[in-house]
Design a protein around this ligand. Sequence first.
Ligand code: ZN
Length: 134
Amino acid sequence: MNKIEHIGIAVTNLKKSNELFSKLFNKSHYKTEEVKSEGVVTSFFKIGENKIELLEATNKESPIAKFIDKKGEGIHHIAFDVDDIESEVKRLKKEGFKVLSDAPKKGADNKMVVFLHPKSSNGVLIELCQEIKK
Ligand code: ZN
């Protein structure tokens, strides 16, 4: 793993949270993107080397809606940048980590992503992401 790619924060109202985090960071988000397969709309802020992703559910079955029902708003996942997501998934499965999908899926911000089940990583939802090369 190379570095923390971004930290994901679950919010109930993306518009309001974009305003709030704009004030916090003193800059606007640089993109908004819907990921239909996950039932989320996301926005991204870039803070130096780091990124923050805000996620709002677009339907009740969305993992973000379920997360907020259970735990309320807050930090949802930590995403790590990897060079080769398929070999990293293989390695982590061998180490006993549970993955939420075997094959990488298209995520937000031009990434292929796989999530690790929080039960296998001390309650932290981990996202692996590999940049899609154009
Ligand atoms: Zn993410």
